[in-house]
Design a protein around this ligand. Structure first.
Ligand code: TRP
Length: 328
């Protein structure tokens, strides 16, 4: 069985883009693979979160993963900081990570541009920590979007370098992986091609119905099609893409036909879309609310995840220490 691993930074609630782009696939993968899903709370320290916010955000991701259908019995669901073996491997990998290659990393250069007053070593070595996350379980597959591919490439570089330096065949090369090979990208309601937390265009899994209606009714549209089978501008295509995921085939077909014959009324489409998003989100939102109130259960899930993660990681770290010449 192959090992699949994915991490998510605890920076806020999950939105429909997270769900359809990743979490929905995790729910399928958990039946076919040995899955590790973790909350990257060490990584989030690069932006110096307030302890209370950090704790709240970690809980939120845990709750929302569970509410969305991730089964803690089937997978290893854990908080990164509950697995300090990760930090040890990170330290070791850093000894052979070079300043030049870390500085050339696109995500680092972006951060430097965005926040020139906070260029800390954690940001510089973000790829080493991510490599440690992956290599600590010797994962085969990592479901990632385009923006993470360079980090995965660096993980392979560090893994191979370790093998070469110590003349071992210990770490394997993790590969990027998309379930069913198609990367689903949910667009925003503002005409942009990607739904994101930071762009303020997201529909969250725990949004109340009234909020969803407001957000959808405000979505950007154009003046309407003027000729038959006209190509859809981005903002209209976006509404259809979201509809494809949350509505029935018949509903989608109806509005697509009415677009193509120029009879579409965007107000009607948005009303329908909002109700279908609400129908989709409601059971998840209810589960989120229920779980949020059950700290006892959440603590149990977290402890179980930590234990399973530790079982896997301790094997790797023992072997690594042995290879390096440390005593176990
Ligand atoms: N860098 C990832 C992101 O920003 C999160 C992450 C951290 C991760 N460690 C990982 C993803 C290991 C996959 C594997 O989304």
């Amino acid at each position: 069985m192959e090992t699949v691993l994915s991490g998510i930074r605890p920076t806020g609630n999950l939105h429909l883009g997270n769900y359809f782009g990743a979490v929905k696939n995790f729910v399928k993968m958990q039946n076919e693979n040995n899955c590790f899903f973790f909350i990257a709370d060490y990584h989030s320290l690069t932006t110096h979160p307030h302890p209370e916010n950090l704790q709240q955000n970690v809980k939120q991701i845990l709750v929302e993963y569970l509410a969305a259908g991730i089964d803690p019995e089937k997978v290893t669901l854990y908080a990164q900081s509950d697995l300090p073996e990760t930090a040890e491997l990170y330290l070791i990998l850093n000894m052979n990570a070079y300043l030049g290659e870390l500085e050339r990393c696109a995500s680092f250069k972006d951060k430097v541009r965005q926040n020139p007053q906070n260029v800390n070593a954690g940001l510089l070595t973000y790829p080493t920590l991510m490599a440690a996350d992956i290599l600590i379980h010797r994962a085969d597959k990592v479901p990632v979007g385009k923006d993470q591919e360079q980090h995965l490439e660096m993980t392979r570089l560090f893994a191979n370098r370790f093998n070469r330096i110590y003349e071992v065949e210990f770490f394997k090369e993790p590969q990027a992986y998309n379930y069913g090979d198609n990367l689903v990208k949910i667009p925003g309601l503002d005409g942009s091609t990607k739904m994101g937390k930071s762009t303020g265009n997201a529909l969250f899994l725990n949004d109340e119905p009234e909020i969803i209606r407001k957000k959808v009714m405000k979505a950007k549209t154009d003046a309407g099609p003027t000729s038959m089978n006209q190509e859809k501008p981005q903002e209209i295509a976006n509404l259809f893409t979201i509809m494809q995921h949350v509505s029935t085939k018949d509903t989608y077909q109806f509005f697509n036909d009415s677009y193509n014959n120029c009879s579409i009324r965007y107000g009607d489409m948005k009303k329908q879309l909002a109700e279908d998003i609400i129908n989709f989100c409601t059971p998840i939102r209810e589960k989120i609310n229920e779980l949020s109130a059950n700290d006892e259960y959440l603590n149990k899930v977290r402890a179980m995840g930590a234990e399973k993660a530790h079982e896997s990681a301790s094997k790797t770290i023992r072997a690594v220490r042995e290879i390096i010449g440390f005593k176990n």
